[in-house]
Design a binder for this molecule. Structure first.
Ligand code: ZN
Length: 203
């Protein structure tokens, strides 16, 4: 399923790829095409084991993303809670600047070369529509707020490589993931390794 994902390293893509564009708003009721995009995103994100996947990453320039914070992520990350697999449509956020920012490890399914510690707002005012068209407006914090900022960035054509400024801790994905693992307690590291084996892939 990973071959459906477009990456910035993909030489077949024109320079101004869909990853770098602001995606289009989605109208309700959803078209059958929109519903297909939604089920593809959900299916893929579930198979990958989280945490977010946006429509532009499968070459669809629409404001749709899937979010899923499984138990393992909630156990390993600081300030993380589990969230079931769900879809956000026409999503946007406003930072709550008074809460400040923090930096934490992020990687992206659409970037094979680089990962790093991205600075994000600790709290945001989040707005989106569910698959059913229900308007949700809420304050998000912790890892959920971080994942939302990463995915809403995708919907606006912004990638972690745009957020990783020179002073940010960053490097090749493999190396960053190794350092990230080393930064965990032994208990958390074992959980992560077990999960990677379960998923049969690298992470
Ligand atoms: Zn991403």
């Amino acid at each position: 399923m990973k071959d459906k994902i477009i990456t910035i390293e993909d030489a077949r893509l024109p320079a101004a790829s869909v990853l770098k564009q602001r995606s289009a708003r989605v109208n309700f009721p959803l078209s059958s095409e929109d519903k297909e995009v939604i089920s593809t995103l959900k299916e893929m994100l579930f198979a990958f084991g989280g945490t977010g996947l946006a429509a532009p990453q499968i070459n669809v320039s629409k404001n749709i993303a899937a979010i899923y914070i499984p138990q393992i992520v909630a156990l390993i990350r600081e300030n993380a809670k589990e969230y079931p697999l769900h879809v956000i449509i026409n999503a946007e956020y406003e930072p709550i600047e008074s809460e400040g920012k923090d930096s934490d490890f992020e990687a992206c399914y659409s970037i094979k070369s680089t990962a790093g510690k991205v600075s994000r707002y600790k709290a945001i005012k989040l707005q989106y529509q569910t698959e059913e068209g229900e308007e949700i407006s809420e304050v998000a914090t912790g890892v959920y707020a971080r994942v939302m900022q990463h995915e809403i960035d995708h919907l606006n054509g912004v990638l972690i490589t745009d957020r990783l400024t020179k002073d940010c801790f960053q490097g090749p994905v493999e190396e960053i993931m190794r350092i990230r693992k080393e930064s965990l307690t032994e208990e958390k590291r074992l959980l992560l390794e077990e999960w990677i084996l379960e998923k049969g892939g690298k992470r």
